[in-house]
Design a protein around this ligand. Structure first.
Ligand SMILES: *[C@@H]1O[C@H](CO)[C@@H](O)[C@H](O)[C@H]1NC(C)=O
Ligand SMILES: *[C@@H]1O[C@H](CO)[C@@H](O)[C@H](O)[C@H]1NC(C)=O
Ligand SMILES: *[C@@H]1O[C@H](CO)[C@@H](O)[C@H](O)[C@H]1NC(C)=O
Ligand SMILES: *[C@@H]1O[C@H](CO)[C@@H](O)[C@H](O)[C@H]1NC(C)=O
Length: 382
């Protein structure tokens, strides 16, 4: 009992006295992560080839920066407790890869877990937070994703605070990505600890998974902003489980939600369609807008068959998504200025962000027709 009273007391003090304040996450992070496509089948070659592909494909020019190694890189600890990379998959160690990634003008991320073991039963950081943070910093790591497997009854705010302080103590700015799947409502407390926090369980490469996660964001879209972002999980664009129309909706929605844009496909063999989705300049600009206000659901129509989502932007304009969630029928969706503006009769310019052109000037409302099943229209209204 004493212990729990002390824990609550400590957490309160910590909550008041610490802010992550590492200068990172001023806009949502952009990059690539190995998990969604490769899962545990990773090695030095695939990480370095992906880093190079980030440059040669043009993803770097579009803003993608972090090359993030997910679970399965570590195998154990040496006699001093220092974490060891798998000597078969990563024969030259992690610093070797970090140096290469940096030489390309990119940043490198790594993965750990708040428990004793990671989700794939590799060593986690529980009890080793300080030494792990020091090790990452000595390798030149720029980003840490920390998972929540094998943590039993631990308190996430407390465990993540320990790593947050350990990262801070290294003196190296390291982006801290919390991944406890929304347990204990991290959006209520993680802003002081990390730069982004997962809000749900893992995404799968299906329309159903993507929209289940979307619905879970609805009540929490105000709990995000400059320095700390709600993370509805990484992108599945290009992994093959959704149609092009669905991937365009996925990317549009994640951009409007101020979600991290972490590609999860094999970028070494990216096809033109996937590339054009992941690099849609004006859609990315909505995500990276410096105001940092997350978009939110404005209206649902016919149950939630059709939806209007909107996000205020720094220049006073609004980004809007007209989304057709119906499985079979195309939809007509009317945006009324009153849905997003206080002065409903003004004339406003409507711009199509995927076509990258102004549609026209409209007074009072704009109606989009023939939005395909699972498709959307993404606009800027100004
Ligand atoms: C560590 O925290 C202090 C106080 O919040 C902050 O000023 C400093 O920039 C942080 N350093 C790093 C490397 O995150
Ligand atoms: C490295 O990983 C990639 C992706 O899983 C795989 O195709 C390749 O065979 C692996 N290379 C080695 C040497 O294990
Ligand atoms: C993909 O785009 C490149 C560069 O724009 C072009 O050269 C190539 O023909 C395109 N490939 C296909 C299959 O359309
Ligand atoms: C609507 O689409 C779903 C999924 O594609 C399909 O299973 C269902 O049979 C369709 N329903 C009608 C009425 O066409």
């Amino acid at each position: 009992m004493y212990k729990s009273i002390i824990l609550v007391f400590t957490a309160t003090i910590i909550g008041l006295s610490i802010a992550v304040d590492n200068g990172l996450g001023l806009v949502p992070q952009m990059g690539w992560n190995s998990w969604n496509h490769f899962h545990c089948d990773i090695n030095e070659t695939v990480i370095m080839e992906s880093a190079l592909a980030m440059v040669t494909s043009g993803l770097k020019d579009a803003g993608y920066r972090y090359v993030n190694i997910d679970d399965c890189w570590a195998v154990g600890r040496d006699d001093n407790g220092v974490i060891q990379a798998d000597p078969i998959a990563f024969p030259n160690g992690i610093k070797y890869i970090a140096d290469y990634v940096h030489s390309l003008g990119l940043l490198i991320g790594i993965y750990t877990d708040a428990g004793i073991l990671t989700c794939q039963k590799r060593p986690g950081s529980y009890g080793y937070e300080q030494i792990d943070a020091q090790t990452y910093a000595s390798w030149g790591i720029d980003y840490l994703k920390m998972d929540w497997c094998n943590t039993y009854l631990e308190n996430p705010q407390e465990r993540y605070t320990i790593m947050s302080k350990a990262l801070n103590a290294t003196g190296r700015p390291i982006f801290f990505s919390l991944c406890n799947w929304g347990i204990s409502e991290p959006w209520m407390w993680a802003m002081d600890i990390g730069n982004s926090w997962r809000t749900t369980g893992d995404i799968a490469d299906t329309w159903t998974s993507m929209t289940v996660i979307l619905d879970l964001q609805v009540p929490i879209t105000s709990f995000s902003g400059v320095g700390g972002w709600n993370d509805p999980d990484m992108l599945e664009v290009g992994n093959g489980g959704m149609t092009t129309t669905e991937y365009i909706s996925h990317f549009s929605l994640w951009s409007l939600l101020s979600a991290p844009l972490i590609a999860g496909n094999d970028i070494r063999s990216i096809d033109n369609t996937t590339f054009s989705i992941l690099t849609a300049m004006e859609v990315i600009a909505v995500n990276q807008d410096t105001l940092g206000r997350q978009g939110s659901l404005i209206k649902s129509i016919n149950g939630k068959d059709q939806q209007i989502w909107a996000k205020p932007l720094a220049d006073g304009s609004k980004a809007v998504i007209l989304l057709n969630r119906n499985d079979n029928e195309s939809a007509t969706i009317q945006l009324q200025w009153g849905d997003i503006w206080e002065s409903p009769s003004t004339s406003l310019i409507v711009r199509d962000l995927w076509a990258q052109q102004d549609i026209d000037t409209f007074t009072g409302s704009y109606t989009a027709t023939n939005i395909p099943p699972h498709g959307c229209v993404m606009l800027r209204v100004y």
